[in-house]
Design a protein around this ligand. Sequence first.
Ligand code: PLP
Length: 414
Amino acid sequence: MKTLPFDEAKIREIAADYPTPFHIYDERGIRENARRLNAAFAWCGDFQEFYAVKATPNPHLLAIMKQEGFGADCSSIAELTLCERVGITGEDIMFTSNNTPDYEYAKARELGAIFNIDDITHIDYLERTVGIPELMSFRYNPGPLREGNVIIGNPEDAKYGFTRDQLFDAYRQLQQKGVKRFGLHTMVASNELNADFFIETSRMVFELAIAFAEKLDIRLEFVNIGGGIGIPYRPDDKPVDLEYVSRGVKQCYDELITPAGLDPLKIFMENGRMITGPYGFLVTTAIHQKHIYKEYIGVDACMANLMRPGMYGAYHHVTVLGKEHAPHDRKYDVVGSLCENNDKFAIDRPLPSIENGDLLVIHDAGAHGHSMGFNYNGKLRSAELLLREDGSVKQIRRAETMDDLFATLDFESI
Ligand SMILES: *Cc1c(COP(=O)(O)O)cnc(C)c1O
């Protein structure tokens, strides 16, 4: 069952101040969920979630993450700067970038972020540019040793990370350079709903931690098992049971890390989707109906507001406000206005009969939603609103205007 933290009357009231389309985030849902994750891993004194900034790069949402005790996972200078401006700095930032230019490393260095590098050649690159920080982590790509999933792809074909042999080589190199603080990172799947997958990932990195201790005499300070916990986009999907994952990880820890004498080892995660995804909604108005070979509902949002359906063929649940309990006896394609036939939020979706002016809510848009937006066809990015715990609404990003869109153009010297 898909539920909403608001009803039609509330959204009509909000839409009177902030015209559709807009993204709206449920603060209560986000906070409760953040606390659920921290509580699940409370057994690990040094558990830390680094929220993946790219999922919702908005200062108000990042401030909530900070208040809930999360750090931030960044991969670009803009994300680093956002964190700086929200007061997330130092080792509360995990800088997990790839193909990174020197000026981005420089910013990460300035902020004292944890360097989690993506390739062995970047050791030399760092030496020649910003220097090697005192705490260094490497991203592991298990290649043929692990199966991935659809968003990241098979690890063997994925551009990220070090091979297993390169890890040994890299720690040895850094050891010789006098580095003393080390971490290990991996992220092999995205939007994964199988809880055992994350337990297996922890087993994999724990085994590596033991191998580094035995072969290199290196004691890792942390392992970061990545983000990638999936969310139930479809009504019959089951959310990942965090307590189950935590118990499984603890079992691996007790079996491997403690007997090896490597306790305490910090466990880090860097989820984005799982933290905010289910608590963000794209609200849009039906503006046209079209009857050709199929039935179409044209809405005032488009793929530029949420590209997951167009990009991945992803399912996003749609609720027609006020018609939640009406018979879903129509079948529609719900479409935007881009000159792109994959600009569809839903295809052949059973829905109640829709009239122009009806409000549609597109669920699970709270991560990799607004942030993936773009300006193709001159479409403007929408506002972002925060539904606070007291029921009030705060605009946390205004909608773009045509002036924003044209700000980089030169009309003078034509
Ligand atoms: C995108 C990304 C994440 C977050 O992924 P989710 O699927 O949102 O949990 C975490 N770490 C890295 C390195 C990423 O690229």
